[in-house]
Design a protein around this ligand. Structure first.
Ligand code: AGP
Length: 602
């Protein structure tokens, strides 16, 4: 959350700061700003809203400078106002910050007592006043920054520039990501590798507590003990390509349509000689339990996979929301494996959960899309989900890719445990036809639009499913609420009569998922219960559900597919319904309100 970019160069930095911010916009889009130093003055432009608004302001009121910092904000402390936008400045110093300074109140109070006046409600502003205060006490910039970082508690990635030093930038990270980019007589910093990819591919990932002191043609890094250290220079593989919308009006739609190719690519990568193999060097037979930790959509992928890991691979499995797990700190056996799932690889809670699992002696596997991410770097094993860049805030193709890889890991476990699984060949066949099934289903988009037409404007929508389909129902409800702002909740169909059924009446739309699986008869009974109470049912199901065609508001028939692979395919109508409903509701599909693609604060 929040994106940071910084450049020291011999040339003007403004247009590159703005383009860097554009690629960091997925991290937050409440406000944005840049500060550059020119002629021993700090020049500042800030706007509320997206980067385009900042570009417009800069166009109307141009500025230039060969050193500058920029920020795209996801508001934590203080609303989306110009005053709260970064950079924060004094007459001598400008800073940008990503994270939360937890002791900001105490620092603020003590600074205010000494006469400092604040112009924002943010936690971040204390940083600029601390640095300025130390400079005024006669400390040099390096000492002032070091002394400031010492006082900060919480999570941060910070960059500081100084009015009187146009060849100096000091940054630090603790809990929030920050990467250095090494150019030719230029230095860059960015919250991710993608934002730096147009400028350089030589990257240095800062580690926890590192402080970097940058000049145009040199840099030094101190570790958390203030000892000078060398960090490896990594050649980034990120090309910056593939991040345009192409012919699509939204990234989300493009990413939904990319799914058949993503599935093909993953099958090609992980299925060798007809056998799926993720290739982890793990003796699964010796593993006593798998613990999944993740947030949001990635958590639902884990929840679906639990059905496979337990039901098929007979592996004891627990699924944990990272933000709960990290503080509950359950005991974990050192024979266990923790699988962290994260599209971005930067989610703060998931990262903290990973660190806890490691401290308990667990082997940690990361399923990430962004392989150059903190979670990937800190895990024992990394399995790239290979979905390609996902820009839309709502996760779509990453979810499908996560599910597919999780199926493959399930087969790895079966093989390692030397367990026979008679349906193996059947499932493999189904996986092979999956891309085609996705393509066929995408042709039915118009039919799903009809469902969205009816859902739009409703107060509350219930998604129901059983077994692995419960996870799909949860994902469907999350997609709908995050994009269209309609209240939606997912529930296991069997749990209906323990509470949610009280919500059912002739005004309640219910999206009911009913594949042709072993639970179909149970589902039929639950559906009857809903219909007896006049619930407005939108039935998405296989051939056996077609007996309800005339009785429900809308029946959407799904292609015949092996039940094991059905969760992947049933996710597609969930995504399209959410997309189409959001369009009708007029919300911002790619950047829905209050959300960010990468949640780097807890
Ligand atoms: C998905 O549509 C969400 N925007 C969100 O729930 C997301 O899945 C969650 O924040 C986890 O992100 P991660 O996969 O990058 O860790």
């Amino acid at each position: 959350m929040c994106g940071i970019i910084g450049i020291i160069s011999n040339q003007d930095t403004v247009s590159r700061l703005l383009s860097g911010l554009k690629s960091l916009e997925y991290r937050g889009y409440d406000s944005a700003g840049i500060a550059v130093i020119n002629d021993r003055h700090i020049h500042l432009r800030r706007t509320v809203g997206k980067i385009d608004a900042l570009v417009e302001t800069v166009g109307a009121h141009p500025l230039s400078g060969s050193i500058g910092i920029g920020h795209s904000r996801w508001a934590t402390h203080g609303g989306s106002t110009i005053q709260n936008a970064h950079p924060h400045i004094t007459d001598q110093v400008a800073i940008v910050h990503n994270g939360i300074i937890e002791n900001h109140r105490n620092i603020r109070l003590s600074l205010e007592k000494k006469g400092t006046s604040f112009s924002s409600e943010t936690d971040s502003e204390v940083i600029v006043h601390l640095v300025t205060g130390y400079l005024n006490q006669g400390l040099d910039p390096e000492q002032a920054a070091f002394k400031t970082f010492e006082q900060l508690e919480g999570a941060y990635a910070v960059a500081v520039i100084f009015r009187d030093f146009d060849d100096l930038m000091i940054c630090s990270r603790k809990g929030s990501p920050l990467t250095l980019g090494l150019g030719k007589a230029e230095m860059f910093i960015g919250s991710d590798a993608l934002s730096l990819s147009p400028f350089t591919h030589d990257l240095v990932y800062l580690e926890e507590g590192d402080i970097a002191v940058l000049k145009r043609d040199s840099y030094k890094i101190y570790d958390q003990n203030k000892v000078l250290v060398e960090r490896p220079v990594t050649k980034s593989q990120i090309s910056g390509e593939g991040v345009s919308k192409g012919k699509y009006p939204h990234f989300m739609l493009k990413e939904i349509y990319e799914q058949p190719d993503v599935i093909r690519r993953i099958i090609q990568k992980y299925v060798k000689g007809g056998v799926p193999c993720v290739g982890l060097d793990i003796d699964w037979a010796a593993v006593d339990q798998v613990t999944f930790v993740a947030c949001g959509t990635s958590f639902y992928a884990a929840q679906i996979a639990q059905n496979w890991f337990e039901g098929v691979a007979k592996m004891s499995t627990r699924v944990e929301v990272a933000s709960e797990f990290r503080y509950r700190q359950p005991p974990l056996s050192n024979r266990g494996v923790t699988i962290v799932i994260s599209q971005s690889g930067e989610t703060a809670d998931t990262l903290a959960a990973l660190r806890y699992a490691k401290s308990e002696g667990q082997t940690v596997i990361a399923l990430v899309n962004v392989v150059e991410s903190t979670i990937a770097r800190e895990s024992d094993y990394v399995v790239p989900i290979s979905a390609g860049p996902e820009i839309g805030v709502a996760s779509t193709k990453a979810f499908t890719a996560q599910l597919l890889i999780l199926i493959f890991i399930c087969f790895d476990i079966l093989r390692s445990k030397k367990k026979d699984f008679p349906d193996f060949a059947h499932i493999l066949k189904a996986l092979k036809v999956l891309p085609l099934a996705f393509e066929k289903l995408l042709l039915d988009r118009k039919l799903l639009q009809q469902i969205s037409q009816k859902l739009a404007g409703n107060k509350s929508i219930i998604f129901l499913g059983r077994g692995a389909m419960f996870g799909v129902a949860l994902e469907g409800a999350l997609k709908l609420k995050e994009l269209s702002y309609l209240h939606a909740e997912g529930a296991p169909s069997g749990e209906l009569k323990h509470g949610p059924i009280a919500l059912v009446d002739e005004h309640t739309p219910i999206i009911y998922l009913m594949p042709d699986d072993v639970l179909v008869e149970k589902n039929k009974s639950n559906l009857e219960e809903v219909m007896a109470r006049k619930g407005q049912v939108y039935l998405i199901g296989g051939a056996s559900a077609s007996i309800y065609r005339e009785k429900v508001v809308h029946f959407f028939e799904m292609p015949d597919l092996d039940a094991f692979c059905a969760p992947l395919l049933y996710t597609l109508p969930m995504q399209l319904i959410a997309y189409e409903t959001a369009l009708i509701e007029g919300s911002d599909v790619d950047q829905p309100r209050n959300l960010a693609k990468s949640v780097t604060v807890e």
